[in-house]
Design a binder for this molecule. Structure first.
Ligand SMILES: [Mg+2]
Length: 123
């Protein structure tokens, strides 16, 4: 653990999620793999739900079921971020910095030509 990780404290949602997570006997590597697989699995459930919504007649997704699957994604995001030593607030701050320069997009769906021409990072 480096110095920046030593000041990390889980936020309220992470603490709540951690009450259902492994105890301290499971190695960190195994916990990270478990959380990663969980995140991929829950993301897959969301994708499948919305695939059916868009392509299978009679399988329209409701706001509630989309929220439920996204919440499952959030659960594993809470765990995985904890296992790497940062909070949702840390992620939000990081994202805000990335978004501050529009991250290469101009809001029209087109990459910002000027940034691309400068050879800037666009994705
Ligand atoms: Mg699910």
């Amino acid at each position: 653990m480096n110095e920046s990780e030593s000041v990390y404290t889980p936020d309220a949602l992470q603490r709540q999620a951690l009450r259902t997570w492994h105890n301290g006997t499971v190695p960190l590597r195994e916990q990270r793999i478990h959380a990663l697989l969980g995140l991929a699995g829950e993301t897959g459930e969301l994708v499948d739900l919305l695939k059916k919504h868009f392509y299978k007649p009679g399988r329209e997704a409701t706001r509630e079921v989309v929220m439920d699957e996204l919440a499952d994604v959030l659960y594993y995001t809470a765990i995985l971020s904890h296992l790497w030593g940062f909070t949702f607030e840390d992620m939000a701050a990081h994202l805000a910095v990335k978004l501050a320069d529009s991250h290469g997009w101009d809001g029209s769906g087109e990459k910002v030509a000027a940034q691309a021409a400068e050879g800037g990072q666009t994705a």
